[in-house]
Design a protein around this ligand. Structure first.
Ligand code: ASP
Length: 330
């Protein structure tokens, strides 16, 4: 009996010490920020977004819950949104001036500051997986256009014809925009052309933070325009020392303000908290004339979902499994 008690106490001590090495897990996702107003939304459409956001965030959370990596969680959450025509990423992405889809994505591993990205891809079915493959299977960080597509084919990542990505809804948006008879930079950002980029940040039981972002960019983009999404430090950043960030919004302003890294830098050098740092960086975006939002997770599992637009599709699951899904401003 005494031996059994000693054995049980030992087991308890061991399990406690394992637990104390485990970090809090968590995942946060966004499906883009922009002019998302309740009065422009039907209940059916709103419901479709909520269902898809739940599916995406849960797919990532289930991986974390089972001890999986934040890298796999971010990839899976983003793939669910890339495979849905609701978002401006993968199928259903916005169209370029010449009625094609051109995709950008990036991924960063906060454990070792490894990163991978693709820009201007025409054929990669799930750009987030290609961004991760650039990180894991090439000596480079960013591959573009035909080179990115060739790389994907060479390493066996799924590719599809460009027509796979094109939806009626995006074709209509492009044609409406073109009828305005202008290619001014402002016009690429009228109402419904401004949202749908997707992103995710997660932290796993080992305290590793990963961040990923994926987009079709902006409607009517021209001249091989590339936004902030594949630019590490602008639309995406992760560093276990502080946080992971994924951005959405007017990409040119997120590049100019180096938003994702700006948030991390405030936390590292000024000890700022994630929420305040995110707000301050978005204020800088506003000051240069842009708008958008960010999601983030810090090393203690605190989250931020900040934006200065009318709304942002967003969801979060915390360490206890509590789920939050929101679209509009509170
Ligand atoms: N940031 C993306 C870009 O400029 C667009 C978006 O987030 O909606 O390409």
């Amino acid at each position: 009996m005494k031996k059994l008690l000693i054995l049980l106490s030992l087991l308890l001590i061991i399990s406690c010490s394992i637990d104390s090495n485990e970090n809090k897990i968590g995942i946060v996702i966004h499906g883009g920020a922009g002019t998302i107003l309740k009065e422009n939304m039907t209940p059916e459409l709103e419901n479709s977004y909520i269902i898809k956001l739940e599916e995406a965030v849960t797919a990532g959370y289930d991986i974390l819950k089972n001890g999986g990596s934040s890298k796999d969680a971010v990839e899976q959450a983003i793939r669910v949104m890339e495979d849905s025509p609701l978002f401006n990423a993968g199928v259903g992405a916005v169209l370029t001036n010449d009625e094609r889809v051109s995709l950008d994505a990036s991924f960063m591993d906060g454990k070792n500051l490894n990163a991978g990205a693709i820009a201007g891809s025409s054929y990669i079915k799930n750009p987030i997986s290609a961004a991760i493959a650039v990180m894991d299977k090439s000596p480079h960080v960013l591959l573009s256009s035909k080179g990115a597509d060739d790389f994907a084919i060479e390493i066996g990542i799924d590719t599809v014809p460009n027509s796979y990505f094109i939806t009626e809804r995006r074709l209509n948006s492009l044609r409406r925009l073109k009828n305005r008879n202008s290619v001014s930079f402002e016009d690429t950002f009228i109402k419904d052309s401004k949202f749908g980029t997707v992103g995710s940040v997660a932290i796993d039981i080992h305290g590793n933070i990963s961040a990923g972002t994926s987009t079709g960019g902006t409607t009517n983009k021209i001249w091989g325009r590339i936004g902030d999404v594949p630019i590490i430090g602008a639309g995406n950043y992760a560093n276990n020392e502080c946080c992971g960030i994924s951005a959405t919004g007017w990409g040119e302003h997120f590049i100019r303000n180096v938003v994702a890294y700006d948030i991390a830098a405030q936390m590292i050098y000024k000890n700022e908290n994630l929420k305040d740092a995110s707000k301050k960086s978005l204020d800088k975006v506003k000051a240069t004339g842009g708008d958008g939002g960010v999601i983030g997770l810090d090393k203690n599992g605190n989250i931020a979902m900040e934006f200065n637009t009318a709304g942002m599709y967003r969801a979060h699951i915390d360490n206890e499994g509590n789920i939050t899904i929101k679209i509009y401003k509170d």
